[in-house]
Write a protein that binds this ligand. Structure first.
Ligand code: COA
Length: 322
């Protein structure tokens, strides 16, 4: 038997307001055709005044708890990945903890932008396996619309808001049993000027806006994602044809396709939600995962690999047997 973090529930939440490419074309000089061709995005959701990162995270977490048959008081660890916290401090995870009645356990935020959920899975898995908690909520939640420059057509059409959550439970399972098998994480701070927010409490005392050199980000993304996927599968001694599903970060359909092609992964084993959600940063992987679990594509016993890359750069992959 081996102690693993077993995935026992998923959940997600989207803001009420859906925004089409046609609506974006009323805000900036763009077109549905350009956005679909360059990114695969057709729709995104933007939070209204009554919605924020914490409310979306709480809704997603409640659905994941329900799927796992648990209540808030059962949770000893909450790791929340976000680049758009409700406040500079306290961590949004503590606001989620209070709303769920999970008081007294561990709760903290992780800042790794679009790779945040992978970093959060890595942290939670390590803490569960070393006995720091028994049951964890791992959440990715964002309101990217709050930090978009709606005068910059190169970025504002690409992002959306949302949240996704999973429940991980420490269990002793057989070697070929379920759980997180391997997580590989990386960062390379030399590229922090290619994708960043131009504000913050310690510098400008403003929240700032997303800035991106899209073409250069694209180039690094395909290489880094293909490398970390290969590294993760190799660590587990698993070949690409044994993978049932890839759940990639939903930034851009062309990045997803190019990465799958580089690894020889069949496109029909790749979960795609970028058309509906756009890039929801740390929320994108758990949102896509929950979509594919709930529509019945991802089933118990299957091998699923999650991957993401984001500002920093940061990137990572996690191999999970469901
Ligand atoms: N609508 C219409 N035209 C647009 C536009 C928009 N929303 N945004 C940019 N353009 C224009 C540019 O101004 C440029 O025009 P010019 O040639 O007259 O100067 C032209 O389109 C090409 O711009 P470029 O940025 O070189 O396009 P691209 O082919 O690289 O596509 C991205 C742009 C952003 C879609 C692409 O670079 C990309 O997907 N990058 C990765 C982004 C990403 O996923 N980041 C998140 C990772 S976590």
């Amino acid at each position: 038997m081996i102690r693993r973090s077993v995935l026992t529930g998923t959940g997600s939440a989207l803001p009420k307001r859906a925004v089409s490419n046609a609506e974006m074309a009323q805000i900036v000089d763009t077109s549905d055709e350009w956005i679909v061709e360059r990114s695969g995005i057709r729709n995104r959701h933007f939070a209204g005044d009554d919605e924020n990162t914490a409310t979306l995270a709480i809704d997603a977490a409640r659905r994941a708890l329900e799927a796992a048959g648990l209540e808030g008081k059962d949770i000893g660890l909450i790791v929340l990945a976000t680049a758009t916290p409700n406040n500079t401090f306290p961590a949004t995870a503590t606001q989620v903890q209070a709303a769920l009645g999970a008081n007294g356990g561990i709760a903290f935020d992780v800042a790794a932008v679009c790779s945040g959920f992978l970093y959060a899975v890595g942290a939670a898995d390590a803490m569960l396996r070393t006995g720091m908690a028994e049951k964890a909520l791992v959440i990715g939640a964002e309101t990217m619309s709050r930090i978009l420059d709606f005068e910059d057509r190169g970025t504002c059409v690409l992002f959306g808001d949302g949240a996704g959550a999973i429940v991980l439970e420490a269990r002793d399972v057989a070697e070929d049993g379920p759980g997180v098998l391997f997580t590989k994480l990386h960062a390379d701070g030399q590229h922090c000027d290619l994708l960043y927010v131009d504000g913050g409490p310690s510098t400008t005392q403003t929240v700032g806006h997303v800035r991106m050199k899209g073409r250069e980000v694209f180039r690094h993304a395909v290489t880094n994602l293909a490398d970390v996927l290969s590294e993760t599968l190799e660590a587990a001694g698993i070949s690409t044809d044994q993978i049932d599903w890839v759940v990639p970060h939903q930034a851009n359909r062309r990045i997803i396709d190019a990465t799958a092609k580089k690894l020889g992964l069949s496109p029909d084993r790749v979960v795609l939600t970028v058309d509906r959600h756009a890039n929801t940063s740390a929320a994108s992987v758990p949102l896509a995962l929950d979509t594919a679990v709930r529509d019945g594509r991802i089933k118990p016993g299957q091998l699923v690999v999650l991957e993401a890359m984001g500002g920093g750069f940061t990137w990572g992959a996690s191999l999970i047997r469901i």
